[in-house]
Design a protein around this ligand. Structure first.
Ligand SMILES: [Zn+2]
Length: 465
């Protein structure tokens, strides 16, 4: 369906006619902005907020739009941790498409911010507010995309599931984890679109569109040494603090081997265009040959590339002693690891034990073990993203990425359902404010995200006519 609205009205740059003329109509832009405002202005922090309230706002819009109540579920494990799951019915030729966004946000103190974090403010070309970027832009865009598909009675070749969830950032009621365990039928699908991707720009220049296809596994280990202690006026050769410290210094030298997978290899090849000549050459060299030691050494100097090509472990907290005038009875450290897909927490524990090289240092896993699934990108899906990206962002390459942090996509991937981070929202890579103060997103970039996701969802769901 064509929407011949004047492009000038939208303030979009049309480059050399390569850009397709179809755009999201003005009414859709007004609607997404209104949903976005409601969501940002609803406190969904762990401490004082409620995702249930935000879920209810969206549910009432769905009901008003005529979505049958039987297709709208509001549910969660506790009163303030509600999730919303709604469904549009397709022909069933393909497994459902899940549009996933989390409703909760990171804490924001009014005093730390220069603006009110819980008011959507448009200023100087930006939307300000907690969650404007992470992740209420996608929540609002997916909601309006879903509403528009319903309104237009678009013939769908698969069900479309809208899932807006709790506790991605913190708390112990992660909505995706809970839904997959308790109500899998509601969110079971063949493909998930989620946060974690998006565009990277620098000073207004669009560099790449990131397609997050994989992520490292987050794992904490505790290293503990205990001792009988005693009076500090009578020191002994044995001392828990020294023993732990010596072990940690050995651990500092632990460097995991370079290992590339399908996703990181593609990343190095395609993202090289965003880098200076020297770094770009190293990226291409390592992608061509993972054993290229010189290229690996060069890239390892950059924390973000070091994290891309190997598992990392680092000491993040220490705790020791119980009194100023006593020999310590206990010293412990937290070691935080980010594990490459395909490797187990037990393997990494073994590497830590070996590096510490002291049987008196006990190493324990702080979380239940879940090895990350193998990193891969479905070539058909990649092609679809590239096709849509070429329409909206001509000339900008699509780059598969692996996050060193974690998103809710991991629960779907572990459950065997492919999940990708993709949004079409460009953010300046030197000014990322997610989780920080004065979180913001470009107004133009927000509406471009709406345009991109509308087209992408269309490609992934339209029935052949
Ligand atoms: Zn997020």
């Amino acid at each position: 369906m064509k929407h011949p609205i004047a492009i000038a009205l939208l303030g979009l740059v049309v480059s050399s006619g390569a850009r397709a003329q179809e755009v999201v109509p003005e009414a859709e832009r007004a609607l997404v902005r209104e949903v976005y405002r409601e969501l940002v202005e609803t406190d969904t922090t762990h401490s004082s907020g409620s995702t249930t309230r935000a879920a209810e706002l969206v549910a009432s819009r769905l009901r008003e739009a005529g979505i049958p109540p039987a297709d709208i579920a509001q549910l969660g494990p506790s009163p303030n941790k509600g999730n919303l799951v709604a469904r549009l019915h397709g022909s069933g030729a393909e497994k459902p498409l899940v549009l996933l966004a989390h409703l909760d946000v990171v804490e924001a103190k009014r005093d730390d911010w220069s603006v009110d974090p819980f008011v959507l403010l448009e200023q100087g070309g930006y939307f300000y507010g907690r969650g404007t970027l992470d992740d209420k832009a996608m929540a609002a865009i997916f909601t309006t995309t879903f509403l528009r598909l319903a309104r237009e009675h678009a013939p769908l070749r698969r069900d479309v599931i809208l899932a807006l969830t709790a506790d991605e950032e913190s708390g112990d009621a992660n909505g995706v984890d809970w839904l997959l365990r308790e109500h899998r039928d509601l969110v079971d699908g063949g493909l998930v679109l989620n946060e974690g991707g998006g565009g990277w720009m620098r000073q207004g220049k669009y560099l790449v569109l990131a397609l997050q296809a994989s992520e490292k596994t987050y794992m904490d280990y505790s290293v503990v040494v205990t001792d009988k202690g005693g009076h500090s006026s009578l020191p002994t050769p044995e001392n828990a603090i020294y023993r732990l410290s010596a072990g940690l210094l050995r651990l500092q030298k632990l460097v995991f081997p370079v290992e590339l997978n399908e996703v990181t290899r593609a990343f190095l090849q395609r993202a090289a265009v965003t880098e200076s000549k020297g770094v770009a050459a190293s990226m291409r060299a390592l992608a061509a040959n993972a054993k290229d030691a010189a290229a690996a050494r060069r890239l390892s100097q950059e924390p973000r590339y070091n994290a891309l090509i190997r598992t990392t472990c680092v000491a993040t907290q220490v705790e020791a002693g119980h009194a100023r005038n006593a020999l310590p009875q206990r010293a412990s450290a937290n070691v935080n690891c980010r594990i490459l897909p395909g490797h187990s927490a037990a393997e990494v524990r073994a590497a830590i034990v070996k590096a510490l090289a002291d049987p008196k240092l006990e190493v324990a896993l702080d979380e239940k073990e879940t090895a990350g699934p193998r990193a891969s990108v479905d070539p058909e899906f990649l092609k679809t993203v590239e096709r849509v990206s070429a329409q909206v962002f001509p000339g900008v390459p699509v780059v598969p990425t692996m996050s060193s942090g974690a998103t809710d996509s991991k629960y779907f991937r572990i459950a065997g359902i492919p999940a990708y981070g993709v949004s079409g929202i460009f953010v300046d890579i030197d000014d990322v404010r997610a989780h920080g103060r004065d979180e913001r997103i470009g107004v133009k970039q927000f509406y471009e995200g709406q345009e991109f996701l509308w087209r992408l969802v269309g490609e992934l769901t339209a029935s052949p006519r």
